[in-house]
Each structure stands twice: as structure tokens, then as C-alpha cells.
Write a protein that binds this ligand. Structure first.
Ligand code: ADP
Length: 900
């Protein structure tokens, strides 16, 4: 019997059905254009692009132009790639254009789908970004689909790491740009570290189509992209704190062994305040609760963790004057790996070895926040609907399930649950053997590289030939994955491995042709192709007879989405296929949820060794368990996002200001406003409102005016005059400093002055912002630990981050004003030296701004080794024309980078 819900769905259709239906008229219109476009010449297709562009410029909306544009693109793909887009592919394209996530199964041809909205939206001339998960795919898709765009008179670019500047510039200027999420994020950060507009690569964030969108916006969403560099030497700070820590007693702190967190009690805080003030670390009159003390609190926390949570010869060893970490699981040393956030330095201080400089963040952004920059965002993937709420809530993206071109013929079996892992693996090996014997290709999914390796050893023991994939070598992997559909192939892969490449039964013709031609370049390509196509048809037939691709999963993942992704690799384009999950009560997920109940059931059934239970009820309860974990993970992501938002809002303000300054021809008015504000603050401080003359600090004001404004004015005399009040003093200071700066401008000449003002503004913003993000990082690590009062860490963080931001703006104004008041024309010698210094700094920035590989949560602590001048292995890939990072002053190509 149908429930009310299902009954209603039958009558009214689901919301998804209605969305699909709504695209029908558009699809019909596109189809109506088919004949007209078939008849056009190649030049006509290009001319049509021009006319569409003009019509858009004249006011027709992209929605109006959609049917014609899609029809033009469809025809271009037919001519260049020999692919005639299915109606469902057009539908997918429409949903993307409308700013949705199009859920389309593997093998439905998403690469082609993206060309339609990309072409349509590029008619605006504003550039479209297509985002892929790895560089190999970006390049492959750009080359492959580039033919379609070229036939339409549009340019295609591809962006990749360490790309020569000119090439990267062209790629971003192209109508359609393919790039990975990493490279886009890094270019965004690097762009916002430049001091000249013309050095920026990205021209705004207009429209992005994100392929494998769930992987990028959910799995990797929180991964921050970080550009880092060494900080100044702060050994003294670490050593001083290190001397205080052993003085603490048990009343001063608590330790949570499980989370490895430490918290100071109120007593502890008081004790620390005394000692740190005495040691000159905490400025007089400051407490540890002030926002300005965030960094100190952070380092004290790290000092305590270093002493109480890290044990020599267990967690690390000291060798050759260095602290070397030990891998908790394998017991192996991990030379070169360093704990982040000053923790490694704290341990170095404790062990009294040399303290290596800390690597600090110069700029960072999360994918979440990067992708929210786009005016319009869209995405495609085989698996999004389980996370539809999250996509909507965080990105405002709706998920639409696009029907498959052909009905799915894959058989999805109920999970088979064994009591122990041993029984499960024995059964898996038998299952693989059975399939393998009849030639059915098997894709075995695992949850980790280690498990892949264990299984591989079992198969080797049985003499079953197989390939192992682990999501590290993208290009090679794409080949192996493409081969996974061959007759009798057995492929073991972690869930994420080879994403983006579809598995075709009998293997991939294009790859086979390419391989054959690489092996024998003399061969006739047409003959080779004909031969391979014939062989392939035969092999494909046999694979289909053997049942198509068998996806055998060895565990359920925490998220249903990842399981669906794996399942979906079989049964593409209506192919036959089979999927089955082999589980045991010892699996992680089973242990966390419901295994007791299951165990009871299994006992009642009186199961024998090696037997499994398979029942829809088991699937249901597992899926419920997964939904619970998904919900919890979403909550964690949401909470973290709220923290990120605070920094993000501030970053947007700063980057926006930077950009305005770069765009302006003259920033004198900004500098002047800053100076006047500094004067107001100064007067307020030394001549406070509602006070009498004898309470004023005329001397202090005199010194401050000298220091900050560079003017020597008789403040002490002024205050003795009758009728002089704060306002008069303020006006006189403004007058004096305006004149002082005007004289300076005359000395330099207006042209020079403008550029000096701009440079000083930008440099100061950058250095202040870097200090600020470091403080925020520290603040974030301490708010969670605060033991005092039951305050909400997020609120604390917000309030203090805001105060710190206000502080940043104040000190920015002061520093800019002061620096400008101190400039003086340089002698020729000095000028040369300065230019050289600026160039060296630029080059250094370039070489530091190497992409830090994004780190997963688990790896976040053990950061990549920092940049160390004396250690070439820490340099990343310096540009050949950059100064050598060793500090020799020679270009890299003439020094450490010499090709001998
Ligand atoms: P997905 O990303 O959806 O898994 P791909 O874009 O990798 O799929 O395409 C899978 C395969 O389907 C490719 O080999 C492609 O050539 C083929 N394909 C895509 N669209 C069509 C079409 N309209 N007709 C025939 N083959 C197509």
C-alpha cells in the first residue's frame, strides 16, 4: 500500500519532476534549431557567436538567447567531436546556466554538458571558469572541449601551477578557462598580494561551473589554501615562556588528554600575568584577557602542551640538535615534518635546541569562501542529492537530478554482513575469483590506501592479477581507471581515486589508439583505429555477456554520497552491471552504530562461520546511521564556517580597499583623511574632551606631533593662549601638517608623490593584514580553550576579532601617516639601493607564494617543512629568473638552479 506521501507524489510529481518538466519547452526550441544549424558553414557558426554577443550587448537576456546558443554549441560539438548531445545533456546545461547543481550519473557526458552554459555565459565577454579536481583533467578537458569553443569563435585557456606568467595571463583572458580549484584559489590570493593592477591575473569572478562539485564544495570545502613564509625570529619569546612553564603547579591548569587541549585556571592566569609582566612579555597594564594578548596566550598554551603532552623519545626524539617527530602508528621518525602554530618551536625551547623560524600564513582562503565570490555558481556531479540541504544552506545552490539518457540496468544488491573482518575478506576474495574466472571486470572499493594494500596482498596470494589505485598520480590513474572495464580486469581503488574518468566496458578506445600510436609512431592511424575499434567491439560484447562491471565495496563510508559515487561507476549509459557491499560487524561504521542490535539478530539466526546476512532492513538501518553521521559532519562544517566567515568578511574589506587603492590614480585624499583622523585621535588623547588646561598633556602632544606628523609646533605655547581649546589645537595641527606634507609633495613632484603614497599605503596594509591574520589564528586557537566563564567561543571570537580589526585600522592610519611624514628625496645611490631591495622583496614573495599543498584535517598539524634559506628542499619551485632563495643575490638559474 502506498503511503500518503508516495501517493501525492504519484499525482503531483516530485519537485524534481517539475523542474525537469519546466525545461521541456526550452529543449524543444533547441531541437527546432537543429536543421537550421546543420545547414550553416563553419564561418556561419562563428558569425552567429558574434551576432549573439551583439544581441546580448543590445539588451537581450542570456535566457532569451539560450536556445540558439545551445543549438550552435551542439552543432559545433557534432562537427568537432562527433558527439551529438542528448536531450538530457541539454537539460543539464540549462540547470547549470540557472545556477544549480546538475546531478548526472557517471558516463552521462558531463564534460560536454558544461560547454553549453559556458558558451552561453561567455557571450557576455566576462569569462567563465570551469573547475576540475586535478590538473590532468583541466588540461584534458580544455584540449578536448577547446575544439568546440574554437569552432564557435571562442578562446579556451587552461591554468596550471608554475605556469609562465604570459601564458597564465592569456589563459585568464580567454573566454573559457579550465583550472583546478587549488590553482584558482592560489591565483586569487597571489593577485591580492600584488601592488599593481596590471600584475593581477584574474578578471573578476563571473560564472563558475564546478565539476565533481561535492568533492570540492563539501569534502574539501574547509581545506584552507595557504600561502606562507618564514616569520621573524622570535626565539626569545619561546625561551622566556619556556622558563615560566616549569614554575606552574597543578592548580594552575587542567589537561584534557583525549583532545590534547590545555586550559589555564583563573589562578594560573594570574600567576602567568605576574611572571610574564616581570619578564617583559606582557606590556604593563595589560592582562591576558585583552584581545592584544591573544598571541601571548596562544604561545603560553603551546608551551604548556609542549611540556605536558609531548614526551621525548615517545612523541619525538632529539637528534643532531633537532626535534624529530615520531609517527604515532608506525613508530618511524618523520624528519622534516614540523608541528604547526609554534608548537614545534615550543618543544625546541623545552629541549634547549636551536629554534627554527616559524612558518606563518601570509594569505589564506577556504574553498568555501573562494567559490562564494562568484556572481553565479553552478556544479555537476554524480552524487549531490544526499547533501542537497548543505548545498542550499551554504551556497544557495539547488540540486536537480537529471534523468539518465538510458535507464539504469545495474543490479544493486543488498549489503552482505559478516561477523568478522576475516570472514568478510575471505568472502570478498572468493567473489572476486568467481567474477574474474568468467571475465567480468571487478572494481574493488576500499576506504583507505592501507586497506587497498592489504587486499592487494590477499589477491596476490591467490594469484589474481590486479591494479591498485590510490588517488595520488592523476594521469597514470586515469589510464588505469580507463582500463578497469576490460575483460577480466581487477582494480582496487580508494573511493576517491580516478574520479573524473569514466570506466567503459571493454576499455577506452581513444586511449588504446593513443597507446598503440605511441608504441609504433610509424603505423597508419586510420588502420590502427579500425583494428582497435573492431577488437574493442568484440571485447565489449564479452564483458557485457559476463555481466558488465562489478563494483565490489569492502566497507561503507561515513557518507552515503561516497558509496553512491563508487556504485555509480558501474552501469553507465544503460550498461549492465552489478554492485555489492561486503561488510562486517568489525567495520568502523558498524562498530559506532547499531552493531549490537545486529549482533543480536545474527546470533538469533544462528549464523555459521563464513555466513553472511543480507536483508533490506540491514541496508535501511545502515543508511540511517550514515545519515546521522552526515548530519553531524554538516554541523561541524557549519560551525567552522561561522568562524571562517569572520575572517572572510574582514578579508573582503581589506582586499576591496587594496583594489580601490590600486585602481585610483591619486590616493592623496585617502592619505589626508588618515592623517586628519590621526590628529583627531591625538588631540583626544592629550587634550581629552571636557577637561581643563591643567589636565592637558601639552608636552606629550608635542612629542606625538613630532613623531607621527613630523611637525615641530609650539603646542606648549598654544595652550597658554586665552581661548585655546581642543578644536583650535586640532585646526592648527591640521594646518601645520597639511603645509608640511604639501611642501614635501612639491619637493618630490606630484607624479612621484602619488606613486609613493600608493606604495606606502599598499605595503602598510599588507604588513598589518599579515600580522592581523596571525593574531586571528592565535585567537581562534585560544577561544576554544578558555576555561573561565561559560562564554560562547564563537561570540568571543567575533567580538575580539572585531576589536582587533579596529586596532588594525587605527595602527594602519598611524603607520601610513608616520611613514609619509618621514619620506625624503634620496640621493641617486640610495635610490638604486632601494630599487634593488624592492625587486629582491618582490622576487622573494614570488618564490614564497608557492602553493602549500592543502592539508586534510588530520594532517593540519604536521605542516610541510617551512622555507629555510639553507635548505633547497624547502624552496618549492623557484622561477628560473627569480633571485636564488639561498640569498646569494644571483638569479636562480645561475646559482642553485643551474643546469649542469
Ligand atoms: P562523466 O563526466 O559524466 O562521467 P564524461 O564527460 O567523462 O562523463 O564522458 C563519458 C564518455 O561519454 C566520454 O567518452 C564521451 O565521449 C561520451 N559522451 C559524452 N556525450 C556523449 C554523446 N552525446 N554521445 C555519445 N557519447 C558521449
Amino acid at each position: 500500500m502506498l503511503g500518503f506521501g508516495s501517493l501525492a507524489k504519484k499525482v503531483f510529481g516530485t519537485p524534481n519532476d517539475r523542474k525537469i518538466k519546466a525545461t521541456q519547452p526550452l529543449v524543444r526550441k533547441i531541437n527546432e534549431f537543429e536543421q537550421e544549424f546543420r545547414g550553416l558553414s563553419g564561418d556561419d557558426l562563428i558569425a552567429r557567436t558574434e551576432s549573439l554577443k551583439q544581441r546580448h550587448a543590445a539588451g537581450e537576456s542570456l535566457d532569451d538567447l539560450l536556445p540558439e546558443a545551445f543549438a550552435n554549441c551542439r552543432e559545433a560539438a557534432r562537427r568537432t567531436l562527433g558527439l551529438w548531445a542528448f536531450d538530457v545533456q541539454l537539460m543539464g546545461g540549462i540547470f547549470l546556466h540557472q545556477g544549480n547543481i546538475a546531478e548526472m550519473k557517471t558516463g552521462e557526458g558531463k564534460t560536454l554538458v558544461a560547454t553549453f552554459p559556458a558558451y552561453l555565459n561567455a557571450l557576455t565577454g566576462k569569462g567563465v571558469h570551469i573547475v576540475t579536481v586535478n590538473d590532468y583533467l583541466a588540461k584534458r578537458d580544455a584540449e578536448w572541449m577547446g575544439k568546440v569553443y574554437a569552432a564557435l569563435g571562442m578562446t579556451t585557456g587552461v591554468v596550471y601551477p608554475q605556469q609562465p606568467e604570459g601564458e597564465k595571463r592569456d589563459a585568464y583572458q580567454a573566454d573559457i578557462t579550465y583550472a583546478t580549484n587549488n590553482e584558482l584559489g592560489f591565483d586569487y590570493l597571489r593577485d591580492n598580494m600584488r601592488s599593481d593592477l596590471k600584475d593581477m591575473f584574474q578578471r573578476g569572478h563571473h560564472f563558475a561551473i564546478v565539476d565533481e562539485v561535492d568533492s570540492i564544495l563539501i569534502d574539501e570545502a574547509r581545506t584552507p589554501l595557504i600561502i606562507s613564509g618564514p616569520s621573524e625570529d622570535r626565539s626569545d619569546l619561546y625561551r622566556t615562556i619556556d622558563r615560566v612553564i616549569p614554575l606552574l603547579t597543578e592548580d594552575h591548569f587542567t589537561i584534557d588528554e583525549k583532545t590534547r587541549n590545555v586550559t589555564f585556571t583563573d589562578e594560573g592566569n594570574e600567576f602567568l600575568e605576574d611572571h610574564l609582566s616581570g619578564a617583559g612579555i606582557l606590556p604593563e597594564g595589560h592582562t591576558l584577557y585583552d584581545p592584544e594578548s591573544t598571541s601571548i596566550v596562544h604561545h603560553v598554551n603551546q608551551g604548556l602542551r609542549a611540556h605536558k603532552l609531548f614526551q621525548r623519545d615517545k612523541d619525538y626524539i632529539v637528534r643532531d640538535g633537532q626535534v624529530v617527530l615520531i609517527d604515532e602508528f608506525t613508530g618511524r621518525m618523520m624528519p622534516g615534518r614540523r608541528l604547526s602554530d609554534g608548537l614545534h618551536q615550543a618543544i625546541e625551547a623545552k629541549e634547549e635546541v636551536d629554534i627554527q623560524p616559524e612558518n606563518v600564513t601570509l594569505a589564506s582562503v577556504t574553498f568555501q569562501n573562494y567559490f562564494r565570490l562568484y556572481e553565479k555558481l553552478s556544479g555537476m556531479t554524480g552524487t549531490a542529492s544526499t547533501e542537497a540541504d548543505e548545498f542550499m544552506e551554504i551556497y544557495g545552490l539547488g540540486v536537480v537530478e537529471v534523468p539518465t539518457n538510458k535507464p539504469i540496468a545495474r543490479a544493486d544488491e543488498d549489503d552482505a554482513v559478516y561477523r568478522t573482518g576475516r570472514e568478510k575478506y575471505a568472502a570478498i576474495v572468493q567473489e572476486i575469483l568467481k567474477a574474474h574466472e568468467k571475465g567480468q571486470p571487478v572494481l574493488v572499493g576500499t576506504t583507505s590506501i592501507e586497506k587497498s594494500e592489504e587486499l592487494s596482498a590477499l589477491l596476490t596470494k591467490e594469484g589474481i592479477e590486479h591494479n591498485v589505485l590510490n588517488a595520488r598520480q592523476h594521469e597514470q590513474e586515469a589510464k588505469i581507471v580507463a582500463d578497469a572495464g576490460k575483460l577480466g580486469a581487477v582494480t582496487i581503488a580508494t573511493n576517491m581515486a580516478g574520479r573524473g574518468t569514466d570506466i567503459q566496458l571493454g576499455g577506452n578506445v581513444e586511449m588504446k589508439v593513443l597507446e598503440a600510436l605511441t608504441e609504433d609512431p610509424e603505423a597508419n592511424p586510420d588502420e590502427v583505429r579500425a583494428r582497435i575499434e573492431a577488437e574493442h567491439a568484440d571485447e565489449k560484447k564479452k564483458v557485457i555477456e559476463a555481466g558488465g562491471l562489478f563494483v565490489l565495496a569492502t566497507e561503507r563510508h561515513e557518507s552515503r554520497r561516497i558509496d553512491n559515487q563508487l556504485r555509480g561507476r558501474s552501469g553507465r549509459q544503460g550498461d549492465p552491471g552489478r554492485s555489492a557491499f561486503f561488510l562486517s560487524l568489525e567495520d568502523d561504521l558498524m562498530r559506532i552504530f547499531g552493531s549490537e542490535r545486529l549482533d543480536n539478530v545474527l546470533s538469533k539466526l544462528g549464523m555459521k562461520e563464513g555466513e553472511a546476512i543480507a536483508h533490506p532492513w540491514v541496508n535501511k538501518s545502515l543508511e540511517k546511521a550514515q545519515a546521522k553521521v552526515e548530519g553531524r559532519n554538516f554541523d561541524i562544517r557549519k560551525q567552522l564556517l561561522k568562524f571562517d566567515d569572520v575572517v572572510n568578511d574582514q578579508r573582503k574589506v581589506i582586499f576591496g580597499q587594496r583594489r580601490e587603492i590600486m585602481e585610483a590614480t591619486d590616493v592623496n585624499d585617502i592619505a589626508e583623511d588618515m592623517r586628519h583622523q590621526v590628529i583627531d585621535d591625538m588631540v583626544d588623547q592629550y587634550v581629552p574632551p571636557k577637561t581643563y588646561v591643567d589636565q592637558w598633556d601639552a608636552e606629550g602632544l608635542y612629542v606625538a606631533a613630532m613623531e607621527k606628523l613630523g611637525v615641530d609646533v609650539p603646542v606648549m605655547k598654544w595652550v597658554e593662549e586665552d581661548g585655546v581649546d581642543a578644536e583650535v589645537i586640532q585646526e592648527r595641527l591640521v594646518e601645520a601638517s597639511d603645509k608640511f606634507m604639501a611642501d614635501k609633495a612639491a619637493q618630490f613632484g606630484p607624479e612621484n608623490m602619488r606613486s609613493i603614497e600608493k606604495q606606502i599605503l599598499l605595503q602598510t596594509i599588507d604588513s598589518k593584514w599579515r600580522e592581523h591574520i596571525l593574531r586571528l589564528e592565535h585567537l581562534r586557537s585560544v577561544v576554544g580553550f578558555r576555561g573561565y566563564a561559560q562564554r560562547d567561543p564563537l561570540n568571543e571570537y567575533k567580538t575580539e576579532a572585531f576589536q582587533l580589526f579596529e586596532g588594525l585600522l587605527n595602527s594602519l592610519r598611524e603607520e601610513v601617516t608616520q611613514k609619509l611624514s618621514q619620506i625624503r628625496p634620496l640621493s641617486e645611490e640610495e635610490q638604486k639601493a632601494m630599487l634593488a631591495r624592492i625587486q629582491a622583496q618582490r622576487d622573494a614573495l614570488q618564490s614564497q607564494a608557492q602553493a602549500q599543498p592543502p592539508q586534510g584535517e588530520a594532517e593540519a598539524e604536521a605542516a610541510a617543512p617551512g622555507f629555510v634559506e639553507a635548505d633547497p628542499s624547502t624552496w618549492g619551485n623557484p622561477g628560473r629568473n627569480d633571485l636564488c632563495p639561498c640569498g646569494s643575490g644571483k638569479k636562480f638559474k645561475h646559482c642553485h638552479g643551474r643546469l649542469s
